[in-house]
Design a protein around this ligand. Structure first.
Ligand SMILES: N[C@@H](CCC(=O)N[C@@H](CS)C(=O)NCC(=O)O)C(=O)O
Length: 210
């Protein structure tokens, strides 16, 4: 069988998701670190975003599509259940993750800190406003993971999709405080951040500042 290639920088939460799917299922893959809009990415994604995937003559973009392909084509535990209701619930949480949580938690809050428009000067007013808006989202997730998983009785793509976002939010002051107060979510993070699949697909730690 042709090699499975996952393309994109490891720091991207969505690249992390598809790599974690591979690790969770025990699927071997070649990781090709490429930035958004590089020629290798532009050749597959119409808007140059990461991750993208190549498997023989199959190329794909969009993390959900890539994860679904890997789940169906390769062996290992299913991350999207066969059961129609559970599969639809996974779809629902992945969609909420990508349309609601990522937009606020990553694109506004985390990116506000990590990539400020003026280097070294994060816009604290915008970050504070994003943090306020995150509170109801955190409350929703805290209720949703009371059983230990977002969907059904098992670990699914719904969980894989949200874990890298929570990891990044917890790196910054307001996010850390908010998540510490969410007791179900704290227990959920402790449990799943310890998974081998999460650790093996994690980005390298950022360089230490002097
Ligand atoms: N819906 C896409 C989102 C991908 C995405 O936003 N990737 C970011 C990195 S985490 C990116 O490539 N950003 C570059 C850009 O927006 O130009 C997916 O699920 O794969």
């Amino acid at each position: 069988m042709a090699a499975l290639e996952i393309i994109g920088v490891p720091q991207s939460n969505y690249v992390w998701v598809v790599r974690m799917v591979c690790e969770e299922k025990g699927v071997a893959y070649e990781f090709k670190p490429e930035r958004p809009h590089s020629p290798a990415v532009d050749a597959i994604h119409p808007f140059g975003k990461i991750p993208v995937m190549r498997h023989g003559d199959v190329t794909l973009c969009e993390s959900k599509a890539i994860a679904t392909y890997i789940d169906r084509v390769f062996g290992g535990p299913r991350v999207i259940p066969d059961d129609a209701k559970l599969a639809a619930q996974v779809e629902q949480w992945v969609s909420l993750g990508n349309v609601e949580f990522d937009k606020l938690m990553i694109r506004q809050y985390v990116v506000g800190y990590a990539f400020p428009k003026e280097p070294g000067k994060p816009d604290m007013a915008a970050i504070g406003a994003a943090a306020e808006k995150m509170k109801p989202q955190v409350a929703v997730l805290d209720r949703a993971v009371a059983s230990g998983h977002l969907v059904g009785e098992g670990f699914t793509l719904a969980d894989i999709n949200i874990l890298p976002m929570l990891f990044y939010v917890r790196r910054f002051e307001e996010g850390k405080a908010m998540l510490a107060e969410a007791k179900n979510l704290s227990a959920y993070m402790e449990r799943h951040f310890a998974r081998e699949s999460f650790k093996r697909s994690a980005p390298p730690p950022p360089p230490k500042k002097d």
